[in-house]
Design a protein around this ligand. Sequence first.
Ligand SMILES: [Zn+2]
Ligand SMILES: [Zn+2]
Length: 292
Amino acid sequence: MNALSACGSADLHLHTTYGWDGTAAVSAILRTAAERGLNVVAITDHDQIAGALVALELAPDYNVEVVPGIEVSTADGHLLALYVRHVIPPGRPLLDTLQLIRQAGGLAVAPHPAAAGIHSLSREAIYWAQREVGTARTLVGIETLNGSLLFGQRSRRVARLLTHELGLAQVGGSDAHSVAQVGASVTQFAGRSAADLHRALEMRLTRAVATHTMAAPTIVADWLLRYSLRCAANGLKLPRYSPCRRRSPTRVWRLLPAQRSGPGCFGPPGCSARHAAPGRRPCHTRECQPAR
Ligand SMILES: [Zn+2]
Ligand SMILES: [Zn+2]
């Protein structure tokens, strides 16, 4: 991909203290991104847009462009909504969420597909999204490199397969929850600006590159320390998960059965049981319960 030899560099997956689990202030992320030579960053807090909007305002002071975004908790797994300026509601099936992102003028990327222990989109869900013209035009990329995945082998394998088979854009994002991780994985593209990046994603002409790595125990220890400091500064209270979500994030077991359209379900996201292949078990989305 020669066009990328003189390319811009973007981190498309970053969490701030505006989200429940981020530990880096927006200003710290922008400063670090500029120091590490990034041209564009996407702020993607869980189901929150506030940090991204603040970053948009501050960006001119740091010589880095901001793509406003959200990591949306869809019923089928996490989904990065990029180039959006308002909240995309969580908890909806993938296809509905993609339509909302399209209506908002955004693009979507599947982060950490099929990752163990994280609410991630399954391979089947991504295939189904690519069968519909409208949603296929919105879901343009797969995160083939996630700088913070502790057990990322399976996810990377699935991501590479999906980009190869579906011709989707390769995306690198740090998924940084602390400032040390900013820019750990990046997306390279022809050009330098957020508009150039948009064009490159639509044309599926991007490349994912790992720039620096931290050992998994170091990532966890660094996050735990900073998260403890954040809680201490917050009067020893855990940050709230999201105003958009009724249940508490601290009830981790609710997040664990995350792979709700799990292996064996060959229905589309949010399918009815009749779509499941004979002999296969239906997925476990609310819409996919067998008819009574
Ligand atoms: Zn995620
Ligand atoms: Zn994330």
